[in-house]
Design a protein around this ligand. Structure first.
Ligand SMILES: NC(=O)c1ccc[n+]([C@@H]2O[C@H](COP(=O)([O-])OP(=O)(O)OC[C@H]3O[C@@H](n4cnc5c(N)ncnc54)[C@H](OP(=O)(O)O)[C@@H]3O)[C@@H](O)[C@H]2O)c1
Ligand SMILES: O=P(O)(O)OC[C@H]1O[C@@H](n2cnc3c(O)ncnc32)[C@H](O)[C@@H]1O
Ligand SMILES: [K+]
Length: 478
């Protein structure tokens, strides 16, 4: 990475402050770009879902891993609950999505409550293990909420053998003018569902898989308690990457926790943070981190900078930490503050191996929260910070009332925010398409076939606020 005309400013920069200058390129197609990462996490796109309760659950983990990213399950859950999630994700198909299933005697109201748990927006009615109908929102529009699904389900749905190629599924849907195919096993039992877009995505993305060909998943631990025992249990449960996470990662307790976990030689990459300096990066790598998590204060749910004045503009933090990590053969994840595909591209140009995204993905069908609607009818999900009053109250629920009250004084995050589902991109895969098409395009502009090449070849300029504003679209004129 270099600055345009060698002009590196004497102050720190964030994503909005910088732009990439196009280079002469011999990468002539965006499909010639390889987005896989080199940090040992096994991702084939540079996307890591943040360990936030409002963002990272089993549906998110399954869906994102199928497209090549990885989800970090938050540290606040008991090991048994994380183990369940890991087992679920590892049992999922690499191509077909998991259907939402109800029996024929379930009600329309049951179906409506579950339908938007997944982006394909349908409930499959199953009797004796076999699909007998499909219920969509449209079918429920003018019927009584207590009506039974057997009376509203469409029975003329498209079924395809579970061994059919994605192209064959696409063509069957095209011929039938339908959007969702029901995949059935040879014994006619329900095997999964696949949309037209899902079939197309299968040809573009490579799932992130473990040595046994199962979807990958990561899990987080904090720095308090018997962290090494928890880390060992999580890896035994199947976690592919361990994240050791606390607000101030450059502290003795982190170094102790990380060293203790490293000494177990668990044979999975260890990511630790958060830090924003070369010194913090070096100390975490020396204590055993393969990946250093970078970012203090950029997160959308984070009030740290307002509360403490501590932090660092994220582009400079990532650039400095990744340079220090690379010297030691380690990698960096850029954590927080991503709101546009360009932010992901700039973090990668700065040297990050992967980019962590939290709040942006909270506003999708796949995040764990319930779908809600504001008075104007816009769909949204609730999100909250992991150091917010809400998260601290949940984390300390088993402490004494006095300890809870004491810890409650140190909140550093928003407890309730509404993350709107973008009507054009309501599913996390829509956002992944958006991000990956942006980053593929960045790479061809920069003349890079791989992400390390993007970092090597990136030429960055610094822009004024007017420069940034000029780049924004003006959908309603001026
Ligand atoms: N990236 C960020 O900018 C950022 C900022 C805040 C939180 N978070 C996220 O929020 C979650 C909770 O993190 P957490 O660190 O608050 O809880 P935690 O990991 O459960 O505990 C933090 C530990 O560090 C100690 N500590 C010392 N100075 C601290 C400080 N300035 N801020 C916070 N703890 C400090 C705490 O002790 P005492 O309680 O006795 O002080 C406690 O032992 C994590 O997922 C973290 O990544 C991220
Ligand atoms: O993608 P965003 O949401 O911008 O960033 C995710 C990132 O934010 C950090 N974070 C989560 N909760 C809090 C909180 O309460 N205070 C400070 N920072 C927080 C965390 O690093 C996430 O990965
Ligand atoms: K912030």
């Amino acid at each position: 990475m270099q600055f345009l005309d060698g002009q590196r400013p004497p102050y720190d920069l964030t994503y909005d402050d910088v732009f990439l200058v196009p280079n002469r390129t011999d990468v002539t197609s965006r499909f010639d770009v390889d987005l896989s990462t080199v940090d040992g996490s096994g991702t084939t796109i540079p996307v890591v879902v943040s360990n936030m309760t409002a963002v990272a659950g089993r549906r998110m983990a399954e869906t994102v891993a199928r497209r090549g990213g990885i989800t970090v399950i938050p540290q606040d859950l008991p090991v048994e609950a994380v183990a369940d999630t890991v087992a679920f994700v590892k049992s999922r198909d690499l191509v077909a999505d998991t259907p939402v299933v109800l029996g024929p005697d379930a009600s329309v109201s049951d179906a409506l409550a579950l339908m938007h748990k997944r982006a394909h927006g349908a409930v499959i009615v199953v009797e004796g293990g076999r699909p007998v109908g499909v219920v969509t929102e449209t079918a429920c529009a003018d019927v009584d909420r207590f009506a039974r699904l057997r009376s509203v389900a469409a029975t003329n749905f498209v079924t395809v053998g579970s061994d059919a190629s994605p192209r064959a599924v696409f063509e069957a849907l095209e011929a039938a003018h339908e959007g969702l195919a029901i995949l059935v096993a040879p014994d006619s039992s329900l095997a999964g569902v696949l949309t037209r877009t899902g079939a197309v995505r299968t040809g573009i993305y490579t799932p992130a898989v473990d040595g046994a060909g199962r979807l990958r998943i990561a899990a987080a631990v904090g720095i308090n308690g018997d962290v090494a025992a928890k880390a060992k249990a999580l890896v035994e449960a199947g976690a592919d990457v361990l994240v050791i996470d606390t607000a101030h990662g450059h502290q003795e307790k982190m170094i102790e926790a990380l060293s203790a976990i490293k000494s177990l030689d668990l044979q999975v990459p260890l990511a630790a943070g958060n830090v924003v300096s070369a010194a913090g990066t070096r100390d975490l790598v020396a204590a055993g981190a393969d990946i250093v998590k970078v970012g203090v204060g950029p997160g959308a749910m984070c009030t740290t900078r307002m509360m403490t004045g501590v932090g660092r503009p994220q582009f400079s933090a990532v650039a400095e930490c990744s340079a220090a990590a690379m010297e030691l053969g380690a990698s960096v994840w850029a954590d927080g503050g991503v709101r546009h595909p360009r932010d992901v591209a700039l973090a990668l140009a700065a040297g990050a191996a992967n980019v962590m995204i939290g709040s942006w993905f909270a506003g999708t069908y796949e995040s764990p929260g319930d779908l809600r609607f504001d008075p104007a009818g816009n769909a949204y999900k609730e999100s909250f910070g992991m150091a917010s009053k809400r998260a601290v109250a949940a984390r300390t629920a088993t402490d004494s009332a006095f300890d809870r009250a004491r810890k409650g004084l140190f909140e550093e995050g928003i407890s309730s925010s509404r993350m709107r589902l973008d009507p054009d991109r309501p599913g996390v895969e829509d956002l992944i398409d958006h991000i990956c098409s942006g980053v593929r395009s960045t790479c061809t502009y920069a003349g890079a076939r791989t992400l390390p090449e993007l970092h090597e070849r990136a030429v960055l300029g610094v822009q004024s606020a007017a420069g940034f504003a000029e780049g924004r679209p003006l959908p309603s004129g001026w």
